[in-house]
Design a protein around this ligand. Structure first.
Ligand SMILES: Cc1cc2nc3c(=O)[nH]c(=O)nc-3n(C[C@H](O)[C@H](O)[C@H](O)COP(=O)(O)O)c2cc1C
Length: 413
């Protein structure tokens, strides 16, 4: 009987794996949460692609810590509050968003789905949420702006030659972007062991291992064959070849000051985890700071972004605009980031997984699930307006320890 049952489970798993690879979309495709998106994407995407998206640098300790740090934070439920109407919309740097989370800038997104950039832009416009558009996007920055003019933020990497980086800034200004995000946490791209093992690189060669990987994921492979190989579209091959491993250290303090003078609209610095850097950036008149450790993709020994966030909040004061990402996986994680000082929260890998798992439907399902859980989370902790989230919403879990003193328990007097 037990063996029969095990056989059935095995058969079900096998049929789902085969069905996925053959594109039989009716098999186990519903995305309720980011874990579903990841599970389905893992089956549908070739290992080399899934590994590139999921991977972190080093032993991937930093990447995992980003998530476990969220799990350690507990929210305080409050009862008997009238929270029938809850406000999730927010105003950030004079842009109003219907939901307080968005899509982190990610390069080469079209490797998970040939129309990923367009799908993300359409979703950002539909849900009125922020969308980061990477320097290394697979689509022209002008096209993405047309698809999501109210939501798109252009993200800049200062890759050599400097003239090309400055031409990107000029193009972003000319086509109407209101917000520029300068990423500064990648002065040099780190190694990712998974990519070295799988042979992933921007212009990877197809050897036997990759051939088998692609052949066993025919739906992804046929889609890619039809659409053509995704390329970093903002690098005209005749003038500036995209070299992912080139130093990005041209973005230094002097460059930031220059950029502040050149860029008349909102300027955000992404990848900050030090509170003294944060104060210096604030003093330079930068409009907002984006607290992020790049999802643990650059430095393995980095502190979890959510652990750093409250320190940065304290350093820059209560009113300075802060964004955060790295490790956000659920509606409650988004809520925790607000409680600890964020004014806007972004997600990276879950978005890529949702696209790889189910294209536009996958992404919409993920966003709907996150929205729903954020909203019910707010109800549970008695929060009417996301902008009012704060330290009072944190559970003081150490108070229930048996050795807590009467002072800590607030029992004196
Ligand atoms: C596949 C991938 C590509 C990325 N490309 C960029 C990029 O081009 N520019 C950038 O600033 N950050 C990039 N990031 C980092 C994200 O913007 C974000 O900081 C990170 O993914 C957040 O962590 P999370 O994946 O745990 O949500 C990338 C991340 C991933 C997963």
């Amino acid at each position: 009987m037990v063996i029969f049952k095990l056989d059935l489970i095995y058969l079900r798993k096998l049929s789902m794996a085969i069905g996925d690879r053959l594109g039989l979309e009716y098999l186990d495709t519903t995305i309720h949460c980011s874990e579903d998106a990841k599970r389905i994407a893992k089956r549908r995407l070739p290992d080399i692609i899934f590994g590139f998206v999921e991977g972190g640098t080093g032993r991937e300790v930093g990447m995992k810590d980003n998530m476990s740090a969220f799990d350690r934070i507990k929210l305080q439920p409050r009862v008997l509050q009238n929270i029938d109407q809850r406000i999730m919309g927010t105003n950030f740097l004079n842009q109003s968003f219907d939901i307080p989370f968005g899509i982190a800038p990610m390069g080469m997104c079209n490797i998970v789905h040939p129309f990923a950039d367009r799908i993300m832009a359409k979703a950002a416009a539909k849900y009125k949420m922020p969308l980061g558009i990477s320097t290394a996007a697979s689509s022209l920055l002008e096209d993405v702006y047309k698809w999501a003019p109210e939501s798109g933020w252009f993200q800049l990497y200062v890759l050599p030659p400097m003239e090309h980086a400055m031409s990107l800034v000029e193009r972003a200004k000319n086509c109407g972007y209101k917000t520029l995000v300068l990423t500064v946490d990648t002065p040099q791209v780190s190694r990712r062991i998974r990519d070295l093992r799988s042979g992933f690189s921007v212009d990877f060669k197809i050897g036997l291992r990759q051939f088998i990987d692609f052949a066993t994921h025919p739906v992804w492979s046929l889609r890619m064959l039809r659409a053509g190989r995704p390329e970093p579209a903002n690098f005209p091959t005749d003038r500036a070849k995209f070299d992912r491993n080139a130093s990005r250290a041209l973005a230094d303090w002097a460059f930031l000051e220059k950029l502040r003078d050149l860029w008349p609209n909102n300027l955000i610095v992404k990848g900050v985890t030090s509170f003294s850097d944060a104060q210096k950036i604030q003093k330079l008149g930068i409009d907002a700071i984006y607290v992020s450790n790049h999802g643990g993709r650059q430095l393995d020994s980095v502190p979890a972004a959510i652990d750093i966030l409250p320190h940065i909040r304290r350093a820059v004061g209560p009113d300075y605009p802060l964004i955060m990402d790295s490790g956000v996986r659920s509606g409650e994680d988004i809520l925790k980031a607000f409680v600890l000082g964020a004014n806007l929260v972004m997600l990276g890998r879950p978005i890529m997984f949702a696209l790889g798992a189910g294209g536009a439907n996958g992404l919409n399902s993920l966003i709907e699930g996150l929205k729903y859980d954020l909203s019910t989370g707010m109800a549970q902790i008695g929060l009417k307006d996301i902008s009012d989230a704060g330290p009072d919403n944190l559970a003081k879990t150490d108070m229930v320890l048996p050795y807590a003193s009467p002072e800590r328990l607030g029992l004196n007097g």
